[in-house]
Design a protein around this ligand. Structure first.
Ligand SMILES: Nc1ncnc2c1ncn2[C@@H]1O[C@H](COP(=O)(O)OP(=O)(O)OP(=O)(O)O)[C@@H](O)[C@H]1O
Ligand SMILES: [Mg+2]
Length: 256
């Protein structure tokens, strides 16, 4: 069965997009069929996969508004087993485009993903840093949420807020939504703050925190700038190894 995971945290710059790209490419490397869905109108996820959203026409916006078949907007990537769906800047206006015209505006993505879920083992959704219509669509379509937590100031405040948002979605639109886990990102063992945040998150959410941690490392911004996953750009880097270990942890959890 296809597993749909939304990568969400309303706090900006915590590593959502980096995680969406590199978890997807690591799962694909481990022979899983994966669809990466970029739901952020900024298009950073697509750019990180070498796709410039200002130069393409096939996009998720037209699918959500029922103007295009979802099968037609899926593009192959440089990685075997990994497909991508991209946004369009105008996706930011989805709210006003559907306002009053659509019966179930929160289920637009879910209803479309149903049509293609037999093709994939995993769908990974990169969410924007806010709880607007786009993130709500992602959380309604998903079985699980993966929450990147940056080992920095105010990390726990952001975690409290996302947990409140998830429980409000569970109580209203998607009772089946579960928490896949918290992922510690940009971990730097040399800074005391990083170590403290990591230990606080682990003690608060022991069962739900991935054992794999993503270290802060220059290979990540470099790979983003090159438009490729770090698993391809620097396959032997600690970043690449950390994301492959995360993907293995996820698969082991599914299959145990
Ligand atoms: N492990 C890491 N080591 C070093 N830099 C990182 C790491 N992870 C992410 N970054 C950098 O931090 C910045 C923010 O990362 P990213 O875009 O993945 O976060 P985001 O949560 O998706 O941001 P937004 O909320 O804007 O969508 C990027 O410049 C990225 O290259
Ligand atoms: Mg992002």
């Amino acid at each position: 069965m296809c597993k749909i995971i939304a990568i969400a945290n309303q706090k900006g710059g915590v590593g959502k997009t980096t995680t969406a790209i590199n978890l997807s490419s690591s799962l694909a490397y481990l022979n899983k069929k994966v669809l990466l869905i970029d739901m952020d109108p900024q298009g950073n996820c697509s750019r990180g996969m070498g796709v410039d959203i200002s130069l393409i026409s096939r996009n998720i916006y037209d699918v959500l508004l029922d103007r295009q078949d979802i099968n037609k907007v899926i593009r192959k990537t440089m990685i075997k087993n990994l497909d991508l769906i991209s946004p369009k800047l105008i996706l930011a206006n989805l709210d006003s485009a559907v306002n009053g015209k659509v019966n179930e505006p929160f289920y637009l993505l879910k209803n479309n993903l149903k049509k293609i879920n037999k093709k994939y083992d995993y769908m990974i959704i990169d969410c924007p840093p806010s709880l607007g219509l786009l993130t709500i669509n992602a959380l309604c379509a998903a079985n699980k949420v993966l929450i990147p937590v940056q080992c920095e100031y105010f990390a726990l405040e952001a975690v409290a807020q996302i947990l409140a948002n998830i429980s409000s979605i569970q109580n209203t639109y998607n009772q089946n939504l579960g928490i896949q886990g918290f992922l510690l990102t940009m971990y730097d063992s040399k800074t005391r703050l990083s170590v403290e945040i990591a230990s606080q998150v682990r003690s608060l959410f022991k069962e739900n925190t991935f054992l794999s941690m993503i270290p802060r490392n220059i290979s990540i911004p470099e790979s983003n700038a090159k438009g490729m996953p770090v698993t391809i750009y620097r396959p032997n880097s600690i970043s690449s190894q950390a994301y492959i270990s995360l993907a293995k942890e996820l698969i082991d959890y599914e299959e145990r």
